[in-house]
Design a protein around this ligand. Structure first.
Ligand SMILES: Nc1ncnc2c1ncn2[C@@H]1O[C@H](COP(=O)(O)OP(=O)(O)OP(=O)(O)O)[C@@H](O)[C@H]1O
Length: 380
């Protein structure tokens, strides 16, 4: 039985429409990007309207549409014709993506379904960004939709840790559709960092912004970046109790806070302070993560006990703050970070990789606090 041309056109349209835009993470059908489709003598011509001229994902979309349509029985050749949406079409798409929100409002309200987790530490260099990046990837590998905002202005390292850097080692530039910023995606995590927005030519300069500018930048990250629907949004905060931590507390008071420390007493004493700051901002401290902890051979370069000590101090007189995970000191973890790879991909059997999987599991199976949230109950 031969397939009619109409059936082939319908099958090719569905196949092209099922391809997912790598940046918007929605199907081309949902984005209304599949245009005229014609099939004759086994050859399909498929029109795809890209969002912007010079879309960096054009090649990938073309390849994936070709592969999807070629898999349709009865189609043996595919030609993809790339065009660009008109201004009106693009504006309509942006309005749909924002779901009616205006530019300056955050989608991460207390009533939203996205859990916001800010990762903080007392001292610098204790492994906070390594924890945040690897925890985000481990969470995405559990099937959750994950975003990551790097607010560590002075020491932004998330782009390098996730491999979101160009050949010169500079953070990649996000694509923009008009005023909408699309976060680059790495290992299932949508990530943005201050490093991606530094003016061209000054990528190596020190960022010396003052409080109001930092506040505005953090605000822009959570209002103007298009994350789509997320299950979890992680924020990598700068170490200590400075302006950014306070801005995040004000902008996202329902965010939960995870405190990272090493086992060293000196680091843990300071880590307690970042937890106490979170409390004064009415954020909930949900747990402690100890990193650079003793490995399975008993090698403990930073001693032992710091994580438990921070947990005990922050629990005193409050709800219990558990020690949620302990990441061992691991050379493969350091090497993976230098190579821009998460440990779960570079060395999945390393004890540190398993520790991140356990941490992601514990974190995502913990019930989310209801503080500050609207319950969607209605009385009939
Ligand atoms: N568990 C670990 N085992 C071995 N090395 C680690 C571990 N965690 C982090 N490191 C290494 O320690 C260094 C500091 O880590 P990282 O940049 O994550 O710290 P940080 O607390 O985010 O620093 P800052 O916020 O001050 O920039 C990096 O070289 C990283 O590879």
């Amino acid at each position: 039985m031969s397939t009619s041309v109409d059936d082939l056109v319908a099958a090719a349209t569905a196949a092209a429409g099922s391809v997912v835009d790598p940046e918007l993470q929605r199907s081309l059908a949902e984005l209304d990007m599949v245009r005229q489709v014609e099939v004759a003598d086994g050859r399909a011509v498929i029109g795809i309207a890209l969002t912007i001229v010079g879309c960096p994902m054009a090649d990938r979309i073309e390849r994936e549409v070709t592969a999807a349509a070629s898999a349709v029985p009865g189609i043996d050749r595919v030609h993809v014709e790339l065009t660009v949406m008109s201004t009106g079409e693009r504006e309509a798409l942006l309005a749909r993506l924002r779901s009616g929100r205006t530019r300056s409002t955050t989608p991460f309200t207390p009533g939203s379904l996205t859990r916001v987790i800010a990762v903080t530490s007392g001292k610098g260099g204790v492994g906070k960004s390594t924890v945040t990046a690897n925890l985000a990837v481990a969470t995405a590998r559990r099937g959750l939709r994950v975003g990551l905002v790097d607010t560590d202005v002075h020491g932004f390292s998330i782009p390098a840790l996730l491999g979101l850097v160009d050949d010169s080692g500079f953070a990649v530039r996000p694509t923009r559709i008009d005023d909408l910023v699309l976060p680059p995606v790495a290992h299932g995590v949508k990530g943005v960092s201050i490093g991606m927005f530094l003016p061209e030519g000054s990528e190596n300069s020190a960022v010396s912004w003052r409080g109001p500018l930092l506040h505005r930048t953090v605000e822009q990250f959570i209002t103007e970046v298009y994350f789509g629907d997320l299950d979890v949004l992680f924020l990598d905060l700068p170490p200590g109790t400075g302006d950014v931590a306070i801005s995040v507390g004000h902008l996202l008071p329902h965010s939960e806070v995870l405190v990272v420390t090493t086992p060293q007493r000196a680091a843990s004493g300071v880590a307690v302070r970042s937890g106490l700051l979170a409390r004064t901002l009415e954020q909930k401290v949900i747990g402690i993560v100890e990193t650079m902890a003793a490995d399975s051979s008993g090698f403990a370069p930073f001693g032992t006990g710091g994580g438990a000590a921070v947990a005990a101090q922050l629990s005193a007189g409050h709800d219990e703050v558990p020690l949620l995970g302990s990441i061992p000191f691991s050379v493969p973890l350091r090497e993976a970070g230098d190579a821009g790879l998460p440990i779960g991909i570079a060395a999945p059997f390393d004890p540190a990789a398993r520790a991140f999987d356990d941490l992601a599991q514990r974190l995502t199976t913990r019930p989310r606090g209801l503080a500050g949230r609207r319950l969607s109950l209605s009385v009939r």
